[in-house]
Design a protein around this ligand. Structure first.
Ligand SMILES: [Zn+2]
Length: 473
């Protein structure tokens, strides 16, 4: 006889979904997941076997064993792992209809020329909408419940509106990080329009979407208007929003980091993206100020940003536990599993390689570390540490149900190892964001795929055709 008891077919059944949705307007609506392996990512709680998790309204009400809860919709979660939703700390979502258009791009210059100086310049508001929505839906499908959209093609107010509306329409926990475009004609409404955006879309402190200011590290790519400094820092400060800074690498960014430190412009509300090839002094400044860091492991290694080596050793040495990010789908994979595995392999390779034939004992990151970066540290990096990133009472219910007895995950021997090294989006059968089911029975909800496909193709075709005709003028 096997000790394995067959999971109930109704783990994430349609009948349960209907019950949840029927009762969802009720803020006290309760969902009780029972019998799961719960990877809380909370340092105190750890991993719980055969445990229960109670969602009440949009919030995690309790995590523990043998709960007896009145009036709850029960989800039999045996043979699954419950895990916090992944947090993407930087993606240029508007580009999703151009995904994998340059899978072997040579370098950053090639990417900038084709995308930011080319395709971006012909984007209409509806193209912003289509790309951003597609990216967000794909994120949800692959278990990313919180995504920072580094939206750096805000050519007009309408472009910003469209990008925000796309996040709203998917139900993702979105962070709209707004920046003007690098090249071409645009309305120059940014950064002034941030005041309107804040008022119109981000007035509540308890809502799914948050706003950040996005900027570049230096004037090297697109001139001084987009470069972070005292002017942009004042705007962010006046609005009470965080700042995410892209293209942080090399000698010029190292100098910029020291200048920001001198001017008091660093801190926990500021995120430095990539951070490859920075000097020791720059890392010291980042560590001393508690500035957050977003690594995009495949972006750095595959496109080749500065040293091309993800700066995980440097970040940890400076006392920074980074968040992870996807960056550009035009050349890279869309999901967080890829980022966790790439970083896990790269850091361990670096550590062992540096110690090879020296007798030194390399310090290596673990699967738990990269899962921490992909969840709790990502939430901290996005300024949402108290909201999401771990499964503890009081946080919003952003969680994944991962099948632990599928063909590629059975048998469950180590839950964290199974998530990081063994799982992929197909094993995520359910995704809750803010207590609402967004993926159920392995399908992203509320998506009409044929209609979406039509919009994506139309937008992609428009962008390609218009780019060709505008560059041949
Ligand atoms: Zn980027």
């Amino acid at each position: 006889m096997s000790t394995y008891d067959t999971p109930v077919a109704g783990t994430t059944s349609t009948a349960v979904l209907e019950q949840i949705r029927r009762r969802s307007p009720d803020r006290r609506r309760r969902i009780l997941f029972t019998g799961a392996t719960i990877v809380t990512m909370d340092p105190a709680l750890g991993v719980l076997d055969d445990a229960d998790l109670l969602v009440e309204g949009d919030t995690i009400a309790a995590v523990g064993h043998g709960m007896d809860v009145a009036e709850a919709i029960v989800v039999d979660a045996r043979h699954t792992i419950l895990c916090p939703g992944f947090v993407d700390t930087h993606r240029h979502a508007w580009q999703a209809q151009l995904r994998r258009i340059m899978p072997d791009v040579d370098d950053l210059t090639g990417y900038v020329a084709a995308t930011l100086a080319g395709y971006a310049t012909v984007y209409r508001p509806q193209d912003m909408y289509v790309g951003t929505r597609l990216a967000a839906l794909t994120a949800i499908d692959s278990g990313i419940t919180c995504m920072l959209d580094f939206s750096h093609n805000s050519r007009s107010r309408e472009h910003s509106d469209a990008a925000i509306q796309a996040l709203l329409d998917t139900g993702i926990r979105g962070v709209h990080a707004s920046m003007g475009p690098h090249f071409g004609d645009w309305d120059r409404q940014w950064p002034g329009d941030l005041t309107r955006l804040k008022k119109q879309y981000f007035s509540s402190s308890d809502q799914l979407l948050t706003l950040r200011l996005a900027a570049l590290a230096t004037n090297e790519i697109a001139g001084p208007a987009l470069a972070y400094g005292t002017d942009l820092a004042r705007i962010a400060n006046d609005l009470g929003i965080g700042v995410s800074i892209d293209a942080v690498f090399g000698a010029s960014s190292s100098q910029a980091v020291l200048d920001w430190q001198r001017d008091g412009l660093l801190g926990p509300d500021v995120t430095l993206i990539h951070s490859t090839g920075l000097t020791g002094h720059a890392w010291q400044a980042i560590g001393d100020t508690g500035t957050t860091v977003s690594l995009a492991p495949t972006s750095e290694a595959q496109i080749g940003l500065e040293t091309a080596v993800p700066a995980i050793e440097e970040a940890l040495a400076a006392g920074i536990r980074p968040g992870l990010s996807i960056d550009v789908e035009v050349a890279l994979a869309s999901d967080m599993f890829t980022q966790m595995r790439a970083l896990h392999a790269i850091q361990r390779m670096r550590a062992v390689n540096a110690a090879y034939n020296t007798g030194r004992q390399p310090s290596r990151i673990s699967t738990y570390d990269v899962l921490d970066f992909a969840t709790l540290q990502g939430a901290r990096t996005n300024g949402l540490h108290n909201v999401t990133g771990s499964l503890v009472a009081g946080k919003k219910a952003d969680l994944l149900v991962i099948q632990a007895e599928d063909l590629n995950t059975m048998p469950l021997n180590d839950p964290v190892g199974t998530i990081v090294l063994g799982s992929d989006p197909r094993n995520i059968t359910a995704v809750l964001i803010d207590g609402q089911p967004r993926k159920w029975n392995s399908h992203v909800l509320d998506v009409d795929l044929p209609t979406l496909r039509g919009h994506v193709h139309d937008s992609r075709d428009h962008v390609l055709k218009s780019t060709i005709s505008s560059t041949s003028k």
